[in-house]
Write a protein that binds this ligand. Structure first.
Ligand code: NAP
Ligand code: ZN
Ligand code: ZN
Length: 346
């Protein structure tokens, strides 16, 4: 199947128009026309090789919302015309314990990334959502509730699930104090979800101009992280803090904010090491943890939760030729709160 999109050809080059082929439909595949594709900071990290060597040419994009255009002979889950979502992985081994538990994102053999990875054959390079169409095994695609705007849905496929999953795992809800560090694509979804789940939410941000937006998304408190003095009165008071910052930050001031048995979850991945003060951890039996996206069943659960609660991402819809500018603005924390590409412009 012919496809056109935008690709990165080297870590230090701008993305440019690119034409390529996708596989013909297998019996359990669906094909979709992409409507919108979100720009995740992970796209930038990989296009610029901040996480190590990448595979070029690379068509990034793992926040994909579209409409089914054809289905393979054994597909029962989808019909032509259905609204369909594709997230961060498109396959996994299907045999290991995490895969059998619906957690293919933690497959022991490694998930098949939606781009910058290899299919299970170990040879075919995966190409992502900055393009006009897509082919995926139906078992790894999800249904999009009909009441939600498609442009606001696209970021749910990564930013949404990546915050929903740890909030559910660590049982965010009434009576819990939750902190979200960084009000970007991930952080703004975490703020909305934590508030919808009934937790008391604080946004920690190095952009004081985001205060009003944070409060309107459901945050109860906004803390500017530029002044050290703002941390002291909050020490020992949080149950759960989620770090969504794309750059390396000093974690110790945040570990100090956790109460007894509190947890700081690493979600942002700068690609650089983070020094840890062990004394801060053991001083209140605190935990430092990590979380990576979520499994396909939970991805569907999250979309259904968004449908019921009318939750979507706050987006700036852009044309394909704005992608490189959008990258620069994302790095400058200047996005409200996710860039989404209109796929009709490829
Ligand atoms: P984003 O939209 O760029 O948001 C990151 C936010 O971090 C910014 O808006 C900013 O928030 C804050 N920030 C950025 N640079 C900072 C600095 N130098 N100092 C302090 N704060 C800074 O990025 P995103 O798409 O949400 O992704 C965030 C991170 O999560 C990336 O590293 C990405 O690769 C990673 N990620 C992880 C997973 C996972 O499964 N764990 C999934 C997707 C993405 P303020 O302006 O409010 O301070
Ligand atoms: Zn992502
Ligand atoms: Zn597996």
């Amino acid at each position: 199947m012919k496809s056109k999109g935008f690709a990165a050809h080297a870590a230090n080059a701008d993305l440019a128009p690119f034409e390529f082929e996708r596989r013909e439909l297998r019996p359990n595949d669906v094909a979709l026309d992409i409507a919108y594709a979100g720009i995740c900071h992970s796209d930038i990290h990989q296009a610029r090789e901040e996480w190590g060597p990448s595979i070029f040419p690379m068509v990034p994009g793992h926040e994909i919302a579209g409409v089914v255009t054809s289905v393979g002979s054994s597909v029962t889950k989808f019909s032509v015309g259905d609204r369909v979502g594709v997230g961060v992985y498109v396959d996994s081994c299907r045999e290991c314990a995490p895969c059998k538990a619906g957690l293919g994102n933690y497959c022991v053999e490694g998930m098949t990334g939606t781009y910058n990875g290899f299919e299970r054959d170990g040879k075919t390079v995966t190409m992502g959502g900055y393009s006009n169409n897509f082919v995926i095994d139906a078992d790894y695609a999800v249904k999009i509730p009909n009441n939600l705007d498609m442009s606001g849905v696209a970021p749910l496929l990564c930013a949404g699930i990546t915050l929903y999953s740890p909030l559910r795992h660590w049982k965010a809800g009434p009576g819990m104090k939750v902190g979200i560090i960084g009000l970007g694509g991930l952080g703004h979804m975490g703020t909305k979800f934590a508030a919808a789940l009934g937790a008391e939410v604080t946004v920690f941000s190095h952009s004081p101009n985001k205060k009003d937006d944070a409060i309107s998304m459901g945050a109860h408190k906004f803390v500017s992280t530029n002044e050290e003095a703002n941390f002291k009165p909050l020490r020992g008071s949080y149950d759960l803090i989620l770090n969504t910052v794309s750059a390396e930050i000093n974690l110790d001031p945040y570990l100090q904010l956790l109460k007894l048995d509190g947890t700081l979850v690493m979600i942002g991945l700068s690609g650089k090491p983070y020094p840890i003060q062990a004394g801060t951890l053991l001083g209140a039996r605190r935990s430092l943890a990590g979380s990576m996206i979520g499994g396909v069943p939970e991805l569907q659960e999250m979309l259904d939760f968004c449908g019921k609660n009318n939750i979507v991402s706050d987006v700036e819809v852009i044309k394909a030729n704005y992608i490189n500018t959008a990258y620069d603005r994302t790095i400058a924390s200047d996005v409200k709160y996710r860039f989404v590409i209109d796929a009709s412009t490829f």
